[in-house]
Design a protein around this ligand. Structure first.
Ligand SMILES: [Mn+2]
Length: 333
């Protein structure tokens, strides 16, 4: 989004917020660091402006984000009061709210704050900037536009969002803006060491065993540069790892030299497979994920597909190889 369009959207967002007294702030199912950091920072900022706020997410926050201010106040159900306005952060389409979608759709005003590029925007005002490394970068601008002074709590939430969504400032979406904002957040009191320890050095023994299984089972002998690994429901039973403890496994797959696309397949309840995709930039994996009802970014995407493990894996691998061939053909012509 151009700077001018963005600043106009910011102005409209601020005036909509000023007109409202009470808010539901929501984010996507299976929330990640950006979802949680954005939701919690914005909620704190609204409370600084004497607004009433309910923090909503259909799924609980992973324990490693419990240190963020207000994480214990996130609820899967709306409160007994109705909000004047809803703000949805980091959601590629309102459907990403899961069971909370209907709750937000009923609200008189809706603001979409996001950085996904698939164009599934919604709400009266759309503060959507695909060039942002994290939704937290846009929330940072919004919080400042609201005239809220950023203290250590808001700073830590936003820093956590940017840190995780840019892969600790290593992904292609990490921009000079990401680093500039992160630097300003550290000045405002965010603690880079403490935040990184909380988020990245909190893996359970069970989850570490699960990581070991995924690595032992990875398949990387593929001419096209596709690497993948599969975790079955049995792996979770045998290790005792929770379904949510797969975070970070895909990063080990994407770190393999010469790899162009990495995929992690995780069997879940109800005969479904959760798929994480990472690309080195040779193909847009969000386009592949979209074909299977998911979404994400060009270099990091995901989807959940009905079917048995091998069956889903074969379909996804075929789609990825097709996309790689199409990308190659595009380069040759
Ligand atoms: Mn995000």
């Amino acid at each position: 989004m151009s700077e001018e369009t963005m600043s106009r959207a910011l102005e409209r967002a601020v005036s909509l917020i000023q007109k409202s007294k009470s808010f539901y702030v929501g984010t996507h199912i299976r929330p990640d660091g950006d979802a949680l950091g954005s939701l919690l920072a914005l909620s704190l900022a609204l409370e600084c402006r004497q607004k009433r706020v309910a923090r909503l997410c259909a799924d609980p926050a992973p324990a490693s984000y419990g240190f963020l201010a207000g994480a214990d106040r996130i609820s899967p159900k709306p409160p007994d009061w109705t909000a004047d306005m809803g703000i949805v952060v980091d959601c590629d389409g309102i459907g990403r709210l899961g069971p909370l979608e209907a709750v937000f759709e009923r609200l008189p005003r809706l603001l979409d704050v996001d950085h996904h590029a698939t164009g599934q925007t919604f709400g009266e005002v759309r503060l959507v900037d695909p060039s942002a490394g994290a939704a937290a970068e846009i929330v940072y601008e919004l919080v400042r536009s609201l005239g809220v002074e950023i203290g250590p709590d808001i700073a830590a939430c936003l820093y956590a969002g940017i840190l995780t969504d840019t892969g600790r400032f290593t992904y292609g979406n990490a921009s000079s803006d990401s680093l500039r904002i992160a630097s300003e957040l550290v000045e405002a009191g965010a603690d880079p060491h403490g935040i990184a320890r909380n988020i990245y050095e909190d893996r359970s023994v069970a989850a570490t065993h699960l990581l070991g299984i995924a690595l032992a089972r990875l398949s990387a002998n593929d001419d096209a540069g596709v690497v993948s690994a599969m975790l079955t429901r049995r792996d979770f039973v045998e290790t005792g790892a929770a379904a949510s403890e797969t975070e970070g496994i895909i990063d080990h797959l994407r770190a393999i030299g010469g790899r162009r696309v990495a995929l992690l397949f995780v069997e879940t309840d109800g005969d479904r497979v959760r798929v994480s995709l990472r690309s080195d930039g040779s193909v847009d994996v969000s386009a592949v994920a979209l074909q299977f009802g998911g979404g994400g970014h060009a270099m990091a995407a995901g989807c959940t597909v009905q079917g048995r493990g091998e069956e889903v894996r074969d379909k996804l691998l075929a789609a990825v190889r097709g996309a790689l061939r199409a990308a190659n053909a595009g380069h040759d012509s």
